[in-house]
Design a protein around this ligand. Structure first.
Ligand SMILES: [Zn+2]
Length: 317
């Protein structure tokens, strides 16, 4: 009886250990298999190659297996990672970033800015049509052309009180902003005067062709925008001088220039072409050319010292 009891006890122990052992064996087996599978993954292989998990995730986000294999065959590509980590990075531009970097050896931020703004192309290369749906924030420059028949539908005449001669027009919203600005400048003893507002494609074409015929393309390009590439066709650009000084050479020394530089943004205008941003705008400095973009954008552009190209690319597009 005692023996039987002992036998039973032994059996119970045996069953109990099986109950404990089998799941452990199964779990261990699964674990080993998972480890084995994991070691075959790109994640594991990249971590082994000194990439961090975040870096691997970035690579996996942008690249297919072929490219990942390529990268694993090389040392850790820190330059590539610097591009991927930049918040302005655009995958479609990657080859252009690398070409630009190899050519100019400038920092990643500068490479990305230049390429994102198309500055790796020659002026008037790779032209797209202006997105006029952006309305007062539309971008017209050497890479963005307005159609021949584009004409704003809310042009209003500029009073001769504010402009040299009659016949100048401008979009209504810009005109209202200008009149407010004019009043405030006038209170400070400054008489602002507009030299040019809206200009049609055909008029721009005539101006450009005159310069072209007088000399050559290089000369014409240095002075005038090609037809479709002038901001004046938007009806949002104004050439603003002072009544007593409308001289392009000396306007920069005038009181009006200084006042506009400090105050124009409060009314929604920005000085569009400055000496320091010639490399981005593609136009020589024009101390008198103001563009209406609305108060919010003008404030941000002025406070952050941006070109309109940068602002457009990162905030509007
Ligand atoms: Zn102008």
């Amino acid at each position: 009886m005692k023996k039987k009891h002992l036998k039973l006890k032994k059996k119970a122990w045996f069953i109990l250990s099986l109950i404990i052992f089998i799941p452990i064996a199964i779990i261990s087996f699964i674990k080993i298999k998972q480890d084995y599978e994991y070691k075959k993954t790109y994640e594991y292989r990249f971590l082994e190659q000194d990439y961090t998990k975040e870096e691997y995730n970035l690579l996996a986000k942008y690249f297919d297996d072929n490219k990942l294999e390529d990268l694993l065959n090389k040392d850790k590509d820190t330059l590539l990672l610097d591009f991927l980590k930049n918040d302005k990075f655009i995958i479609d531009n990657l080859d252009r970033y690398l070409n630009f970097y190899n050519k100019y050896r400038v920092g990643v931020d500068e490479v990305i800015l230049n390429v994102n703004l198309n500055l790796d192309y020659d002026w008037y290369d790779e032209i797209s049509e202006v997105d006029t749906s952006k309305d007062i924030l539309m971008l017209v420059n050497k890479y963005n052309i307005l159609p021949e028949d584009y004409e704003p539908d809310d042009l209003v005449s500029i009073s001769v009180k504010y402009a040299w001669g009659s016949g100048n027009t401008i979009r209504k919203e810009a005109y209202e902003a200008f009149v407010k600005m004019w009043d405030d400048a006038y209170d400070k003893g400054i008489y602002l005067i507009i030299n040019l507002g809206y200009r049609s494609y055909q008029e721009q074409e005539a101006v450009y062709n005159r310069l072209l015929n007088a000399r050559n393309r290089k000369y014409a390009d240095s002075i005038s925008a090609r037809p479709g590439h002038s901001e004046h066709q938007t009806g949002l650009a104004l050439d603003i001088f002072e009544k007593s000084n409308s001289n392009t050479e000396t306007f920069k020394d005038s009181e009006a220039y200084a006042w506009l530089k400090d105050n124009a943004y409060k009314y929604g205008f920005i000085l569009r072409y400055t000496k320091e941003n010639e490399g981005i705008t593609g136009f020589n400095a024009e101390d008198w050319h103001y563009r209406y973009v609305g108060i919010k954008a003008a404030k941000e552009i002025t406070e952050q010292n941006l070109t309109f190209e940068e602002y457009y690319f990162y905030n509007v597009k």
